[in-house]
Design a protein around this ligand. Sequence first.
Ligand code: GLU
Length: 283
Amino acid sequence: MRVRRISTILGGTAALAFALSACGTADVGGGSGGEGGGGEGGGDTITIGVKYDQPGLGLLDGDAPVGFDVDVATYIAGELGYEPEQIEWTEAASANRESFLQQGTVDMVIATYSITDERRQVVDFAGPYYVAQQDILVQADNEDIQGPEDLAGKVLCSASGSRSANNIVDDMGIDAELREAGNYSECLSLLGNGTVDAVTTDNTILAGFAAQDPGTYRVVNNPFGEERYGVGLPAGSTERCEEVNAAIQKMWDEGYAVEALETAFGETDFAYEETAPEVDACQ
Ligand code: GLU
């Protein structure tokens, strides 16, 4: 399958790019633009922030991350004119996605990054490229928690900088006791050792963790809300946003998005969304 092949190649080429840049000779693109794909490129490399701890989405595997977001990022970068070896991956946590874009640490963020009005105040978004929903993860033998309303009085973990906990406590008014972690893998450790009763975030993320440890955790499977995954761009990137939107549309039209979802989640019991989302107009 194409996506599998790309992921494999990517492992090697990203390692090569790292080795080249470590020697100070990362000038692999030549000139001011990349040469692959249909876009005009924007330099010799493109730096993309992805998660490094979310199985199925962005997970560091040796030297390079793998997962659905990584495949989406590689496809979009290709359309912008960057070969896989011209991508520099950077770990983005939920809490530093805006600051990475504002400070120019990365050129794009593709990291289960929901489009929200609040975030739009400081960054631009292309997309969405996928629409997830929120859900809850508990220990496999926990039958008490079947939905958000059962979280009242329970200790609930989510990652700092994410919207997930606010959706439950502020928007739904459920009186859970919040425990913020640096990332979701930290929440999983806290769930595993009984420090927290539940973890809440997107169903994509929870599906990846549940599949990694079969029989240990249970996704409640009572999804709510809409998490529209955008490609985060620095504020004022209207032209790039249009290019990325075109790439997202092509990615779905060509069947690549569904292939990448199948690669990421095909062996889990997660019923991922197979319908192309409608992208927002760039602002
Ligand atoms: N998609 C949600 C958000 O952007 C939660 C997942 C995450 O933190 O990456 O807030």
